[in-house]
Design a protein around this ligand. Sequence first.
Ligand SMILES: [Zn+2]
Length: 392
Amino acid sequence: MITDVHFHASRKSEYGRHYQLALKKLNQIVDHINANYSKIDLLVDIGDLVDSDPARNTQKPLAVLDRLADIEKVHLLGNHDYGCVAPSEIDQLHALYYKMSSRYSSKIVNNDRLKLIFLDSNDISTYGATGSKKQTAVEEIAKLERAKQNNARDYNGGIGTQQLAWLKQELHESCIENHSHQRVLIFLHDALLPIGNAMLLFNSQDVLDLIASFDNCVLSVFSGHVHDFHEGQQLTRSDPIPVLTLGGIVQSPFQSYGFCDVYHHHEDPTMTTLHVHGLDFGHQIDLTYSSRYRYLGGGGVDGVEKEENLSERRLNLRIDTTTPFDDGFQFDTVIPNVVTILAILILLRSLKRYVKKKMFLCFPSYTSSFYFIPIKTLNRKKVVSNELIEKL
Ligand SMILES: [Zn+2]
């Protein structure tokens, strides 16, 4: 899984986004997969492959992904993928650049044991929809503004009623009608959690409620858009379905991507283990989640009493902060730089009486450019540690 590459041929770094590194990092991921993995079924691009203007910018990242010759690719689109696209071109965008046959779809793999659902979070949006759906997005943003919701932003989107009904049907087929213990993974660009985040899907709560009502078989939800890793709040108190937001490739000088392995237990066909691993801004992520399929019976979710056997559900998240860097940038090479800079500063301070005052005016800009990376990273480590403490 990759997300938020934001490739742009001419943009420089700004807002912590490293546009010039995006293609290099994508190439690294492809090299890593080609060198280390003999079998990967699918690559899922969770959206924002380009920063804007797909007519100019899709060709290069897609050519990099083509180096994964034997791996099928699925592209979800994000808000940035619609940048500089005229309303009349929106309908063609998906097929033209991403070879998509429809805006949302599902795919059954692993001998009928696993269903992958790919949602379109631009369905109701001001940038990726036209006509009544665009108007609905305008009204939705106004409604969220009145309710003082943080996600009342025109770069977010929503899932329309038709798509929501389709999702319910897809979940019903897997979780109720299918008797082969089929499990479900859901992918969408906009985030569903954490509550209060500015990047949430307009109707994230509707989608969460729907997924929670099929918690007997949904294994996990993956999204992007936020550009930072979140292991969202537990979907329900009793069922800790991982709702994960992956780190954006563009949003750091360090690497981000995720692998998702699904193990169906031979000795117990109702048991499935999910293993999510990868990097978030160079930090190693390692999450395992085991859960048992629970047959709800009765042909429907509503009014059916669920079998409450949650003792088999286990969620274990580990983020390794001791090896925080990839991308050839080692922590132990940072320390001497900082020490050297401090030594120079102390030396220059001791010479203060001998030099002109204006020389010291250079210090703030000089030091901030060197300190930017380590300070940002140390802050990141603190956030991760807090998450880990909360988990424990
Ligand atoms: Zn993005």
